[in-house]
Design a protein around this ligand. Structure first.
Ligand code: IPM
Ligand code: MG
Length: 351
């Protein structure tokens, strides 16, 4: 089959890790007789530098006309300490989410046996942890009304949710739980926030339609604690935009494998697949960044957007093999380490 893939490499290590994912996809294409047509476009700081817009219209059009988007990373230190910057790379990401209607961010949290000793938690706590964080991505405080008083001494951000927004993301949570261990944890702050109460009320109304799923409700502060204390208790967690931003970062590091975890953002239009780590500017251009999260994001793309299950498994198997064989980058190497490009070559050859 033939597929059109939009490639948004972005900033920092984005281009070099994306290059490895493309290599691996080419290998999959050869083995299974598919043709992937890759077309690149600008996003993030490099797009600001080139055309003054972190998510240019041409990039949006390309995404809309593709079967899937493979995304690297965005962000540049020159913006991080400048709260006055008029345009920021992150605005490109938010614009992309909104315009593509990517209302759900899916982050599987899995452990890799060979990396458990890298976890900040005791090995017995994390060994076998396996859950999915589903974060609402186009609503809440990120997109609500915001502003500053005329004298600049006051600012506000509004958190808004509609019932329909809660229903569509929770539906996805129930569907994931049905395919997994049939447990759904709804994370909110219903003891304080009106949006959370709407959220909880809505999910309670939905519960009877999913009789085989066990639902529990947890306040976000408690959830932050329980992820650390007892990560193995979770199966599928669904939550609003900002809680999900924070909890998904927390969840991603407990496995010790930050550089290995992929994510998918799905919704109304084309889905986007990206590693959960950032643009790691200190490593840019050095051929040392770990490409595995991006390669596994390509596997998620095959699975969720292109329905190529066997091909997705081939990527996961080859990646597992590289970890077991110690063909890994310096961040996780015990002895000898390999370059970004060498890991990409090795995994491609083993497809
Ligand atoms: C993420 C990031 C973004 C977010 C930033 C870069 C705007 O932290 O994808 O989790 O807050 O959503
Ligand atoms: Mg985040």
């Amino acid at each position: 089959m033939e597929f059109k893939i939009a490639v948004l490499a972005g900033d920092g290590i984005g281009p070099e890790i994306i290059e490895q994912a493309i290599k691996v996809l080419e290998a999959v294409g050869q083995k299974y007789n598919h043709k992937f047509h890759f077309t690149s476009a600008l996003v993030g700081a490099c797009a600001i530098d080139a055309v003054g817009n972190p998510f240019p219209d041409e990039t949006f059009d390309l995404c809309m006309n593709s079967d899937a988007v493979l995304f690297g990373a965005i962000g540049d230190p020159k913006y991080d300490n400048d709260p006055k910057a008029k345009v920021r790379p992150e605005q490109g990401l938010l614009a992309m989410r909104k315009k593509l209607g990517l209302y759900a961010n899916i982050r599987p949290v899995t452990t890799f046996k060979s990396l458990i000793h890298k976890s900040p938690l005791r090995p017995d706590l994390v060994d076998g942890a396996d859950f999915v964080v589903i974060r609402e991505l186009t609503g809440g405080i990120y997109f609500g009304e915001k502003g500053r008083s005329e004298d600049l001494t006051k600012a506000f951000d509004t958190c808004t949710y509609t019932k329909d927004e809660v229903i569509r993301i929770t539906k996805l949570g129930f569907e994931y739980a049905a395919k997994r261990n049939k447990r759904l944890t709804v994370v909110d702050k219903a003891n304080v926030l009106a949006t959370s109460r709407l959220w909880r009320e809505t999910v309670q109304e939905m519960e009877p339609s999913y009789k085989d799923i066990a639902v529990d409700y947890m306040f976000v502060d408690n959830a932050a604690m329980q992820i650390i204390q007892w990560p193995k208790k979770f199966d599928v967690m669904v939550t609003e935009n900002m809680f999900g931003d924070i909890l998904s970062d927390e969840a991603s590091v407990i496995t010790g494998s930050l550089g290995l975890l992929p994510s998918a953002s799905v919704g109304i239009h084309t889905s986007v697949f990206e590693p959960i780590h950032g643009s790691y500017p200190q490593a840019a251009g050095k051929d040392i960044a770990n490409p595995v999260a991006t390669i596994l994001s390509a596997a998620m793309m095959l699975e969720l957007a292109l329905d190529l299950q066997e091909e997705a498994k081939a990527i996961r198997d080859a990646t597992d093999k590289s970890l077991a064989a110690g063909v890994v980058t310096v961040d996780i190497a015990e002895g000898k380490s390999y370059k970004t490009s060498e890991v990409g070559d090795w995994i491609s050859k083993n497809i």
